[in-house]
Every structure is written in structure tokens, then in C-alpha cells.
Ligand binder design. Structure first.
Ligand code: SAM
Ligand code: DTB
Ligand code: SF4
Length: 353
């Protein structure tokens, strides 16, 4: 079954079809309808979703999520920082920037074998994706890039999805990563085009979009999202989501991070994100991009169990798994096992194995 726009559509009970219109009241319905994947969302429509009464927003998001992901399966993705700190960029949120007093450099760059040992351990603990980070403005050629390719090949041989986040790249680097079997490249837009100048001055929004285009061009799936809690307005949040939701196709993976306000960064004094704001962001992303993996990313240590379960109900279908993100903390494996059990959701690896 296809829609007029040629996108696949999935039949759903019409009670769920209200997810398609942010302005229609939530009422009982009758006949069958479908989740249509749209790429023409306006900022006003998205803001209206973000500001819906929470119960209505959740209801709509759940309707989409139930259809796109029957069973509420969750992907567990483990993260490892291969090259930490000393980064030339000035991203105001990031402890790895050499511009900030929190610069965490000092750890040696990891070599191939220890990285693959960590990937194996992550797989044995139940992870389904392994994400590797380099604190670089752009990928460096030569030995470091050859090592990155070997890591990607090794992670894939372990039967895991492989994701890399390492800044900007060239067409040729994207192609070589694709040949090595890279599943996804993470490159976030971070915030709205309008708020961006308050957060980063060393790289433009346009450069980010061009990097994403190169990733797409090489046939690698796109992992692209942002951060809330950086002083942005609701219109900015809608604007970030609009850039993502008007991409064709949508990014396959959309990480939603809550700022981890690290001492020594310019954003260290930002107040913590209200967990319900994160729930709203996740729910809206789910409605806008029904088939994307919406990742509940940084900031989970600031959420209690119930808030995290609300995010799962809102449509998050992936979490970072393991007790560190890149340089900051994350709930440990035992806590996450308990979380998934309490929520009654299953991790993908358990379904696939
Ligand atoms: N250097 C590469 C780049 O910028 O694309 C890769 C690493 S970078 C740390 C990956 C992403 O982590 C950033 O784009 C940002 O969205 C997120 N991030 C970094 N520091 C964060 C923080 N303190 N709180 C929340 N998210 C953060
Ligand atoms: C993403 O959007 N969040 C992850 C992953 N992609 C690479 C990274 C979060 C980093 C949080 C700060 C830190 O640990 O350094
Ligand atoms: Fe560098 Fe990435 Fe941190 Fe920006 S987010 S300072 S590019 S490591």
C-alpha cells in the first residue's frame, strides 16, 4: 500500500488517524485509516504538537508508535569515545572542546583491538549497536582513518550495527566508511538554525547539512538529532524538528539529548531540563517521523524511572546502554535492565537472537 506521495503507509484504526492533524480534537472515531509519512510539516503545526495537553500528545504519539513498532521494542546502543577531548570546535555544550576549561583531553586515542574488545563486551551485555566517537572537527586521513575503518569492519563482524560520530567528512571518506560496512553516521544539528549562532561559532549550520548529504550520498543511514535545555525557545525546538522532519527521507535515527550541563562549559549554569519537556520532544519527534528510531540519549541520569518510562511510552525506541556516554555518565546496565523490565518492553537483541 502506498500513499499519493509514494511513501509506504501502514493501515491503522482510524482512532489513531488523529495523529496526523495537530489541530483536530481528540475524539472517538470509526473507520480504518493510515499513518502517512509527511515531509511538509510547518513550524506552526509542530509547535502546536509540542504544546498539546500532555495526555493528548502522548495519546497521539503512542498511536503512531504502536503502529510503527508493535511491541515497543527498544534498541540498546553502547557508546565509546575513541578520541577524547582537545577538539578545535567551540560547541558551547561540549566538555571536549579545547575552548572550554572542562576540556577532557589527556586520554590516549584508543587502538583497534581495545575498541573491539569493548564492542564484544557490549554485545555480550545485550547491545545491538556500537557507536564510536572522535572529538574531531573533521575526519583525519592516514593511520587514524585506517584504524576507524578497521574498527567499523570489526564491529560489523561481531554482528553489531556500527555507528561513527567524528565531525565533517569528505565524499571519499563517506564512501570508504560505507565499503567498510558502516551502518550509520551520527552528525547532529543540535538546535534550530536560528538558535545555532548562540551555541557554535566554528562551524555553520549549512556545513552540517552538507556533511549529512555526503552521508546520504554514500548510502549510510543518517543519525541526526539535537539537544534541549540550551536556552532555546519552543519555536526553536519546533524549528529543529522541522528541519529533521522535512528531510526526504527522514533520518533513520533521531537522538534527543537533554543538555548535560558540564562544569567548565559556557552552558554550565543552564537549569536542568524539566523531564516532561523531554517527553514532549520525544513524542513530537515520534509523530513527525513515525519510522525513525527516536533515541532517548544524553541526560537520562537526570530522569527517574517513571520519567524514562514516559519517554518510552512517548515513542523512544532506543537508549544508550552502558555506564558512560562519551565523557559523562549514564545509568548502568543493571539499572537499564530493570527499567526495561518495569516498562514491559523488550530489547531488540533478545528478539533477534
Ligand atoms: N565531534 C563529533 C561531532 O560533533 O559531530 C562527534 C562527537 S559529539 C560529542 C556528538 C554529539 O553529542 C553532539 O553533536 C551533541 O549533540 C551531543 N553532546 C555533546 N555534549 C553534550 C552534552 N553536554 N549534553 C548533551 N549532548 C551532548
Ligand atoms: C548523541 O546525540 N548523543 C550521544 C551520541 N549522539 C554520540 C553523545 C552524548 C554525549 C554527552 C556528553 C558526553 O558524554 O561527553
Ligand atoms: Fe568537538 Fe563534537 Fe564536542 Fe563540538 S560536539 S566540541 S565538534 S567533540
Amino acid at each position: 500500500m502506498t500513499s499519493l506521495r509514494g511513501q509506504p503507509v501502514h493501515p491503522i484504526p482510524s482512532a489513531l488517524a488523529l495523529t496526523l492533524s495537530p489541530t483536530r480534537p481528540v475524539t472517538a472515531i470509526a473507520s480504518a485509516d493510515a499513518v502517512v509519512v509527511r515531509h511538509d510539516w510547518s513550524n506552526a503545526e509542530i509547535q502546536a504538537l509540542l504544546e498539546l495537553p500532555l495526555v493528548d500528545l502522548l495519546w497521539r504519539a503512542q498511536a503512531v508508535h504502536r503502529q510503527a513498532n508493535p511491541g515497543y521494542r527498544v534498541q540498546l546502543a553502547s557508546l565509546l569515545s575513541v578520541k577524547t577531548g582537545g577538539c578545535e570546535e567551540d560547541c558551547a555544550y561540549c566538555p571536549q572542546s579545547m575552548h572550554h576549561s572542562s576540556d577532557v583531553s589527556g586520554r590516549p586515542e584508543l587502538e583497534v583491538e581495545p575498541v573491539l574488545a569493548r564492542a564484544r563486551a557490549a554485545r555480550d551485555a545485550g547491545a545491538h549497536r556500537f557507536c564510536m566517537g572522535w572529538a574531531w572537527r573533521e575526519i583525519r586521513e592516514g593511520a587514524p582513518f585506517e584504524a576507524m575503518l578497521a574498527m567499523v569492519r570489526g564491529v560489523r563482524e561481531l554482528g553489531l550495527e556500527a555507528c561513527v560520530t567524528a565531525g565533517m567528512l569528505t565524499d571519499s571518506q563517506a564512501e570508504r566508511l560505507a565499503e567498510a560496512g558502516l551502518t550509520a553516521y551520527n552528525h547532529n544539528l543540535d538546535t534550530s538554525p536560528e538558535h545555532y549562532e548562540h551555541i557554535i561559532s566554528t562551524r555553520t549550520y549549512q556545513e552540517r547539512l552538507e556533511t549529512l548529504q555526503r552521508v546520504r550520498g554514500a548510502g549510510i543511514t543518517m543519525c541526526c538529532g539535537g539537544i534541549i535545555g540550551m536556552g532555546e525557545s519552543m519555536t526553536d525546538r519546533a524549528s529543529l524538528l522541522q528541519v529533521l522532519a522535512t528531510m526526504e527521507p527522514h533520518p533513520e535515527s533521531v537522538p534527543i539529548n537533554a543538555l548535560v550541563a558540564v562544569e567548565g562549559t559556557p552552558l554550565q549554569e543552564q537549569p536542568p531540563v524539566d523531564p516532561l519537556e523531554l517527553v514532549r520532544m520525544v513524542a513530537t519527534a515520534r509523530i513527525l517521523m513515525p519510522h525513525s528510531r527516536v533515541r532517548l540519549s544524553a541526560g537520562r541520569e537526570g530522569l527517574n524511572r517513571e520519567a524514562q518510562i514516559l519517554c518510552l511510552l512517548a515513542g523512544a525506541d532506543s537508549i544508550f546502554y552502558g555506564d558512560t556516554l562519551l565523557t559523562t555518565g549514564n545509568p548502568d546496565v543493571a539499572a537499564d535492565r530493570e527499567l526495561l523490565a518495569a516498562a514491559g518492553v523488550t530489547a531488540w537483541r533478545e528478539v533477534l537472537d
